[in-house]
Write a protein that binds this ligand. Sequence first.
Ligand code: SF4
Ligand code: SF4
Length: 290
Amino acid sequence: ETPRVPKPQWLRVRSPLSPEVDRLKKILRAADLHTVCEEASCPNLGECFGGGTATFMILGDVCTRRCPFCDVAHGRPKPPDSAEPLHLAQTVATMGLRFVVITSVDRDDLRDGGAQHFSQVISALRDHCPDLHIEILVPDFRGRVDKALTALRNTPPDVFNHNLETVPRLYLQARPGADYRHSLNLLAAFKAEHPDIPSKSGLMLGLGEELDEIREVMQDLRQAGCELLTLGQYLSPSRHHLPVARFVPPDEFEILRLDGLAMGFRHVASGPLVRSSYHAERSFHEMTED
Ligand code: SF4
Ligand code: SF4
């Protein structure tokens, strides 16, 4: 077994909780809804909830894939819940959120990978929460990209996010069911259809990648038209998951952030505690302000 490296001090911070966070949690419990923010004990919860942002997982909590870095259960998922779009939209309206990130497990069992369900969720949110901005963080829709993009065509999100997660050399180890080029092509295909909608991607650092490999991925993303980027530290969910190869120090994250801006990304969130949805609203507004 690989010895576990103790967490450095810079990862042991949590944003403070507040009465607003309590209020939102009570609404979520009453609606029997769970956010990724709570399930993953995200260290940014106080900041995000306090600022009116949350991330929801739709299409259930059982994934058809098994990525060794991920804590989501693996198996045969249930059919999509047709009541979910309305229920989620009503809850988000009660919470009074300003920005939501909608994500899902991989649904390789569904013909469109679950894209139609994403579309129904977006419609319901638009109906019930007119001022809300919506980011979708989608699976790779491998083998189903045309169907998925068709399903999303009439209900575009405000931000389209698909994470590459790591550098191509580590895909076999970290994303065994995925393909680097395919994921890039998904981002490029969405951009070709919706040139005015910001697209976004992210990587977890600390899996054994080199800085120059990360820079190459960033260039590939720019080529695919991607404008927003997140870089954060990978944290192993348990000793049965992929171990952390390295804790990347904050100054390296800052170097990569500046590199990203120099490459033309409009916003780069880069730091040890950054998650795919961290500062999602801020990065969206930086795209749309000028
Ligand atoms: Fe939730 Fe993402 Fe914010 Fe974490 S960073 S609290 S997962 S919205
Ligand atoms: Fe986790 Fe996504 Fe991999 Fe499924 S496809 S195991 S949800 S990272």
